[in-house]
Every structure is written in structure tokens, then in C-alpha cells.
Write a protein that binds this ligand. Structure first.
Ligand SMILES: [Ca+2]
Length: 458
């Protein structure tokens, strides 16, 4: 397929293509915080903003290397002491949700919204719909999305995986329940001793190799944990702690769990309300972690720890494309949500939100950015040649067609406003439908009859 004009490597500045440094990773420098710039954040332009691609050459060069970071700064648009927020809110700020809330408001705990994006009304895009690149037309199903209910009556479904027999494994964030969904039948397999105050709780779920274990990510008192249970095909065994000590908060807990094509377990974490943690390689907050199935740091991790990449604010979606490129969806603070292509390295938070590679050009820039009112992205899946990214505050499903070399075409939105807040997405190309979960019972949405639901998209 032809590269999209905006994606042509000929348009890339040399710095982006050749940015990966040689030599060992350099730890973050200590130093005083850099004050936030004065004045309000810049206005969000309409529609998603694509980034020129640094791929594939820079990606390959960057693999496994950690990039130099700079002194930490306050969150853009916030004073240094402002409480953090993440899970941007859709509805009036009455109910809590974790990590997706508005700026500085404990009262709005747990939402994915941020200040400056409250102005956008649910279902009302801030600007023109992006048009699909002609280069991707042949890859994109013609309209595509004809959802039907797969399951109803759920409470804030967060993580989804699928057994080989096609039944689904689903977590409920607020209740801590692990469910198996077979057709319309829902079976509770067990629960975890999780706490849920806002965006925290029982989050990601992943079925291990050979379906011998089930892995979960949840918030316990004082920390987030990666655990696993033995699985015999019918019931859960005892819980085994694989990795504790992941900083936790009401907001910004990350929580996605996925096995990669390399057989390692990837976990996304949030900054837990302390932005500087994202730049600290010794902290597990604000990172993508990479573990062996037994919970040890994966061989080749840049610091010899669980840390794979750093400089993230709150990643809740992980997916691999057909060529093995790892994509991550990330909540922004006041202005920009991000879609990143991750090969290790430093993704800039809190020194950069959205576009920008930092004062020395060392941060890896996102591939696409969105105003928080149009996305506030959680789940991410790769299915039928595209990434599918759920928007909570954006109340839509973003499709990002992926071409050769892990290149991304222009995003296209679907289901805008039709089902409310969308969070969980699961799909495997060539293997079943796309599953999309709503999140209207999370305290920030308008609950529709039957919510929350899992939708089958064919
Ligand atoms: Ca970033």
C-alpha cells in the first residue's frame, strides 16, 4: 500500500529517523522541578493530530535503549501542587472513577477527564471528523461496525481476554470479580481482595501460555499488584503474587496486562498521581513493565528490572500489530491523549504531554494525539489490520489502520455517542469478533438500560 503522504519518510526530519542514541541507557537526572508555563494550556485543535512516524528505522534502533531524560516539571497547565487527574469524566462530576478524572478534583475521583476538556459535550466531537486515507481504504472494512450485545448487566468491565474455546474472561473493576462469559451466561470464577475508590480496583486480566494460569492486575491496599492463579479449565487455584510495590492511587493506576508475541507479560502502570515517578527508573510507576510468565524481569530489560519503557502518565491499552509493533494508548492531562509505538525508551511525561521530544530531542513522540475530550483512551486491540482504541470521555471507538512497517494512517471514529463511555476492547485478527465494553456504571457516565455491556462487533 502507498504510504500516506503525512507518513512518508521523506517528510521526516533527520532527527526523528536517527534519534536513537548509541550506548547504554542513561538514568534520569536529578534536579529541581521546572515550573509549569504560565497561562492556560493551548486550545485543542479539532480532530486527532497525526505524528510523523519515526518508524521503522528509528524503532529498530531504539529497541532496548533508554533515552536520556531531563529534570521533572509540573503537569502542563497545572500548578506544581495541583492534584492529578486522569480518567476523564463524561457526566457531571458526581461519581468517582479512577485515573480518568478532571483536573485536581478529589470530588470527581476516578474519571478520565481533565481541565480544559470539560467543555466538550458527550457525543459532540470538537471538530471535523478525520477522513480516512485513501492509502488505507483497501484495508478497512466498509462499515463495519454492527454491534450486538454479548453480555449485559456488568459493572465497569475493565479487562478482557479470551479462552481458546471462545469464551471470554472479564474483570469488573469495582467489584473485584473475575467472570467467564459464555454466550449470555456469566459465571463468576472468583474475586480478588481489591480496593476501589476511583480508577483503581481489579483492572487487567490475561490468560497465560497453555491456559495454565490466569494473570490479574489489581489495586490492593497501598499498592498495585500483578498476580496469577493456577487454572485447570474450570476453577481458579490459589493466588500467587508475582510483582507488588507498584505505586497506587485513586487515579492513574494503569492496569493493562497482555502477553506479547515474545511470550513475555507486559503490564502498564500509571504515575499514581506523582508525575515525577514516570521519569524515575527505580519506580514502577508511569511505566510499561515486561515480565517473564513467572514474574521475573524479562531478559533484555534496559535496567535489569521490570521496567521496559518510562515517561508514561497512565497507559491503559496495549496491543501488538501484525509485525510485532507494540502500541500503547495513554491518557493525557489537560490537553493531549497519546497513541505511542513502544520499543522501550522514554515517552516524555511529565516534561512533555502530546507532541514534543523535549529540549534535547531525547523523548519519543507519540504517533497520534487527540484532545482529551475526543478520546481519553483506555482499551486497545489490533484486529483486522487496524488498531481499535476505546474512548471514555470521547464516547467513541477509534480505528487506526496500520500499514507495513507499523505505520499508522489517519484515525477514523465509530459509534460516537451511541453506547456512552467505552473502555475495554479485545480482538485478535482472523480469530473471532471484536469485543467492546462500555463503562457507564463507573460513576461518570449515563447508565443505559442493560449497562454495562459487552458488544460483539463483526
Ligand atoms: Ca508522551
Amino acid at each position: 500500500m502507498r504510504p500516506h503522504p503525512d507518513r512518508s519518510r521523506a517528510h521526516l526530519p533527520a532527527r526523528r529517523r536517527l534519534r536513537a542514541p548509541a550506548g547504554p541507557p542513561v538514568p534520569a537526572q536529578a534536579g529541581p522541578p521546572v515550573p509549569a508555563p504560565a497561562g492556560p494550556p493551548p486550545p485543542a485543535p479539532a480532530g486527532p493530530r497525526p505524528r510523523a512516524l519515526a518508524r521503522p528505522a528509528a524503532l529498530l534502533l531504539a529497541a532496548g535503549l533508554l533515552l536520556t531524560s531531563c529534570a521533572p516539571a509540573a503537569e502542563p497547565g497545572q500548578s506544581p501542587g495541583s492534584p492529578p487527574v486522569d480518567d476523564h469524566m463524561t457526566a457531571p462530576a458526581s461519581a468517582p472513577e479512577g485515573g480518568e478524572a478532571t483536573a485536581g478534583s478529589e470530588a470527581t475521583a476516578g474519571s478520565e477527564a481533565t481541565a480544559g476538556s470539560e467543555a466538550a459535550s458527550p457525543g459532540q466531537p470538537n471538530g471535523a471528523e478525520p477522513t480516512q486515507s485513501a492509502a488505507t481504504t483497501d484495508r478497512t472494512p466498509p462499515d463495519i461496525l454492527t454491534p450486538t450485545d454479548r453480555a449485559t448487566g456488568l459493572t465497569t468491565p475493565w479487562g478482557i481476554d479470551r479462552f481458546e474455546d471462545g469464551t471470554l474472561l472479564v474483570t469488573e473493576r469495582n467489584t473485584g470479580r473475575i467472570l467467564r462469559v459464555d454466550g449470555a451466561h456469566q459465571q463468576e470464577l472468583g474475586d480478588v481482595d481489591s480496593v476501589n475508590r476511583a480508577e483503581d480496583g481489579l483492572l487487567g486480566i490475561a490468560i497465560g501460555p497453555g491456559e495454565e494460569h490466569i494473570y490479574a492486575y489489581y489495586t490492593a491496599e497501598g499498592e498495585n499488584r500483578v498476580v496469577r492463579f493456577a487454572w485447570d479449565g474450570a476453577s481458579l487455584g490459589d493466588e500467587e503474587l508475582l510483582l507488588g510495590g507498584i505505586p497506587a492511587s485513586h487515579f492513574h493506576d494503569g492496569g493493562q496486562l497482555r502477553f506479547g508475541p515474545d511470550g513475555h507479560l507486559y503490564a502498564s502502570t500509571g504515575d499514581a498521581g506523582v508525575p515525577d515517578h514516570a521519569q524515575d527508573p527505580d519506580s514502577l510507576a508511569g511505566k510499561i513493565l515486561r515480565l517473564t510468565p513467572d514474574g521475573e524481569p524479562a531478559p533484555g530489560n534496559p535496567f535489569g528490572t521490570a521496567v521496559y519503557s518510562l515517561g508514561h502518565r497512565n497507559v491503559q491499552g496495549l496491543a501488538w500489530d501484525a509485525e510485532g509493533g507494540l502500541w500503547a494508548s495513554e491518557f493525557g492531562a489537560n490537553s493531549w491523549d497519546e497513541l505511542n509505538l513502544s520499543a522501550g525508551g522514554n515517552y516524555g511525561w511529565p516534561l512533555v504531554e502530546g507532541e514534543g521530544s523535549g529540549t534535547d530531542g531525547s523523548f519519543i513522540e507519540p504517533i497520534h494525539v487527540w484532545p482529551t475530550g475526543e478520546a481519553s483512551p483506555s482499551g486497545l486491540a489490533f484486529w483486522r489490520g487496524s488498531l481499535w482504541m476505546a474512548g471514555l470521555r470521547g464516547e467513541r471507538l477509534w480505528q487506526i489502520p496500520i500499514g507495513p512497517g507499523s505505520t499508522a494512517a489517519e484515525p477514523v471514529s465509530h459509534l460516537t455517542g451511541e453506547y456512552g463511555r467505552l473502555r475495554a476492547v479485545y480482538g485478535v485478527s482472523g480469530d473471532g469478533p471484536l469485543i467492546v465494553g462500555t463503562s457507564n456504571t463507573d460513576g461518570r457516565g449515563r447508565i443505559r438500560d442493560g449497562d454495562d455491556r459487552l458488544l460483539t462487533v463483526q
